[in-house]
Write a protein that binds this ligand. Structure first.
Ligand code: NAD
Ligand code: WQD
Length: 337
């Protein structure tokens, strides 16, 4: 019995592969390495002291998927593969719909042919749109302001419809908040291409001198210090959450949306201060106007994950900063080196 991890070489996928191996599962990774490196999987195997099987494959490649399903007894698919840059999705929406939505339909069709009935899907808190936090899973979704977020909403709806049509299907829709951090070994971490869009990798690259100063997008939000508030969750906690979701998917049928977050909001300035404390490095910054599309605050109600998965985050914001710093300072060029 094996777990197929699409996007397995990616930031969250690689950390999840590590936690799956540590939990005793056999792991098969599928990735086209569009936004990752096979080196990440080598680090995973070294840290786990166990092998996994890696395929250089695209989720849109039916022949490649059929080969994987014929060569392995896949019990559950964890589906990370996708494009995820909000700004890029506004510029090239058709590429996002083709890769994320059409790719997911192809994957689901080949799963059905292969008799694989369990999927854990990488959704996002972005589907909550303009609701007020703390976000609860039964809130209305879909009022999303960018094509990337809409692909997540649409794939959730596809999975709900597929489960309604096939009573054997099990789909766990994990809505991540803001994953940051790195495995405590310092051997794996976030490895964004080009200038990071997200806050933590940007801070980390300022700290190692690759970028000169952080731009803080607005300090006039209705939040305690005026800067944006987010629910940051350690990527290793997220990996553990997926291990628990795999067990849940195998024991249940139907579609189930579950938040993966800490339930705590942290501001931009609070994260900067925490990173400075963890790294001992001053992070120069400048307050600039708000970024279009940003919301003041986003954080989870984590109660359903605790109730259904027995999942509670363990790592703190200080852990997230210390682990990020260990990775970034030891690997200033990511996996390229
Ligand atoms: P990532 O880019 O590091 O990982 C995605 C992986 O999928 C990459 O390795 C990429 O090469 C691969 N991939 C993309 N398209 C593919 C295709 N057609 N076929 C095969 N492989 C393909 O991103 P991540 O941060 O690890 O995110 C993983 C998933 O979680 C994504 O679906 C993302 O939308 C979702 N998510 C991420 C965040 C976040 O802040 N990082 C938050 C919520 C949800
Ligand atoms: C966090 C806070 C910014 C960068 C995004 C996607 C979401 C999900 C997670 C995929 C905000 C501020 C940021 C910077 C800053 N990804 N910031 N300067 O926007 O909450 O969520 O990543 O699913 O879909 O939207 O994360 O890290 O970009 O921003 O001041 O250089 O940091 O305004 O308040 P976000 P982020």
């Amino acid at each position: 019995m094996a777990i197929l991890v699409t996007g397995g070489a990616g930031y969250i996928g690689s950390h999840t592969c590590l936690e799956l191996l540590r939990s005793g599962y056999d792991v098969v990774s599928l990735d086209n390495y569009y936004n990752s490196s096979p080196e990440a999987l080598k680090r995973v195997m070294k840290l786990a002291g166990k092998e996994l099987t890696a395929y250089d494959c695209d989720i849109r490649d039916r022949g490649g998927l059929q080969k994987i399903f014929s060569e392995h007894a896949i019990e559950v698919v964890i589906h990370f593969a996708g494009l995820k840059a909000v700004g890029e999705s506004v510029r090239i929406p058709l590429a996002y719909y083709e890769n994320n939505v059409a790719g997911s339909v192809t994957l689901l069709q080949e799963m059905e042919k292969a008799g694989v009935h369990c999927i854990v899907f990488s959704s996002s808190a972005t589907v909550y749109g303009d609701n007020d936090p703390p976000y609860v899973e039964d809130m209305p979704t879909g009022a999303v302001t960018n094509p990337y977020g809409r692909t997540k909403y649409i794939i959730e709806e596809i999975l709900k419809d597929a489960c309604a049509a096939n009573e054997a299907l099990s789909a766990v829709l994990l809505r991540y908040f803001n994953p940051i951090g790195a495995d405590s070994s310092g051997q794996m971490g976030e490895n964004p291409n080009g200038i990071p869009n997200n806050l933590m990798p940007y801070i980390a690259q300022v700290a190692v001198g690759k970028l000169s100063e952080l731009q803080i997008f607005g300090d006039d939000y209705p939040t305690p210090d005026g800067t944006g508030v987010r629910d940051y969750i350690h990527v290793s906690d997220l990996g553990v959450g997926h291990v628990k979701a795999v067990a849940y998917a195998m024991e249940h049928t139907g579609a189930q949306a579950i938040n993966l977050g800490t339930g705590k909001g942290v501001s931009v300035l609070e994260l900067v201060r925490a990173f400075e404390k963890a790294s001992g490095v001053n992070i120069p910054y400048k307050i600039v106007p708000r970024r279009a599309g940003d919301i003041p605050a986003s954080y989870a109600d984590p109660g359903k994950a605790k109730e259904l998965l027995g999942f509670v985050t363990q790592r703190t914001v200080d852990d997230m900063c210390a682990d990020t710093w260990k990775w970034q300072s030891g690997n200033p060029d990511g996996y390229k080196a």
